[in-house]
Design a protein around this ligand. Structure first.
Ligand code: XMP
Length: 326
């Protein structure tokens, strides 16, 4: 299996980690922030395997999730792992702070800051009942390398990773995946019985759909984007998966254009399709999707999401474009 340590099988990796986690945590209590992403889900599953109910998973619904994502964690993740889960509904909280904010960096900062606040509050509520000493994180080998060396791009966008260690909150870290690359993480996830929808998930930014609504974020705009995004995911799940590394769908919320539907004028939003191929997200190229796929996506989005009357394709490599629009 892919790893930075000596080669080993998935089974022996899991057995070793289970032993090490038990040794580290003993009879203590741990929490883990789930982001809906692969790394946090697999580390939580691994730690759950090692210490069972001594682990509590925390999932913050910030209202910027994709369609069905919260249910996937609440139902599929819990069914697959038996993990103890606390879901924090912070939708109104985040939308309140984001109201009227259209600057991308400001949005990112608000989302990152409030995520830490909400997560810290949830962690203290759990801790107030019993002493929690350990925080499980889905750090993987490229994160370790990147934080040691710096990627030279840190000023392009202020990245925020959900599940990060809240400053001022003192936990001992448990990072069972820190010697693995993504492929290895996926192998461990499958071995632990996590469903493919979780294990094979495309990368998704911590600030979620908040940075895919270009312009100010509100519940209605998020709903429109969520519908368009769900159609794209459905279509690529139906056969294009391997050729597309990531497929942001972006709502240009401050732009309207004139269209026509059933002989009547429309004045709707444009949606941008941004399918990219990449290996490390530092550079990327746009994917030359087959015309029939583009046609199907365009037809489905404009007919199933009435607020959208135009679908455009982003044909910019990175650089000069970044993968996300914000
Ligand atoms: P850009 O847009 O900079 O994105 O080309 C590169 C990769 O990073 C993801 N991304 C993020 N991931 N927190 C994350 O965890 C973030 O704040 C964030 N911003 C961008 C993006 O989806 C792409 O995979």
């Amino acid at each position: 299996m892919a790893g930075a340590s000596k080669p080993c099988t998935t089974a022996s990796f899991v057995a070793d980690q289970v032993e090490q986690i038990r040794e580290q945590v003993g009879s203590g209590l741990a929490i883990c922030g789930l982001s809906g992403g692969v790394d946090s889900a697999v580390s939580a599953a691994l730690v759950q395997r090692a210490i069972g109910d001594q682990l509590t998973c925390v999932f913050v619904d910030h209202g910027l999730l994709r369609k069905g994502e919260r249910e996937q964690v609440e139902q599929d993740f819990v069914a697959a792992t038996g993990a103890k889960l606390v879901v924090v509904d912070a939708v109104e909280h985040f939308l309140g702070f984001l109201a009227g904010v259209s600057d991308p960096e400001e949005k990112r900062k608000i989302i990152g800051r409030e995520f830490i606040n909400v997560f810290t509050n949830a962690a203290s509520a759990i801790s107030s009942e019993s002493e929690v000493r350990f925080l499980v994180q889905g750090t993987i080998y490229p994160d370790v390398v990147e934080s040691g060396v710096g990627d030279g791009l840190s000023n392009v966008k202020s990245h925020h990773n959900v599940g990060g260690l809240p400053p001022g909150v003192k936990f001992e870290l448990v990072e069972p995946l820190r010697m693995l690359y993504k492929t290895g993480v996926r192998q461990v996830g499958s071995y632990l019985g996590l469903p493919d929808q979780i294990v094979q998930r495309h990368p998704f930014p911590g600030p979620g759909l908040g940075i895919r609504v270009v312009g100010a974020v509100d519940a209605e705009r998020l709903r429109i984007l969520r519908e368009a995004d769900a159609i794209v995911r459905e279509e690529i799940a139906a056969g294009l998966g391997a050729d597309v590394w990531q497929f942001p769908v972006v709502l240009l919320a401050d732009v309207r254009s004139v269209g026509v539907s059933d002989d009547a004028r429309t004045y709707g939003y444009p949606v941008v399709l941004r399918p990219v191929m990449s290996t490390d997200a530092m550079t990327a190229d746009w994917v030359k999707l087959p015309y029939d796929v583009i046609e199907r996506l365009s037809r489905r989005i404009t007919s199933e999401v009435p607020e959208v009357n135009r679908v455009v394709l982003d044909v910019t490599p990175k650089p000069p474009g970044t993968i996300e629009w914000e």
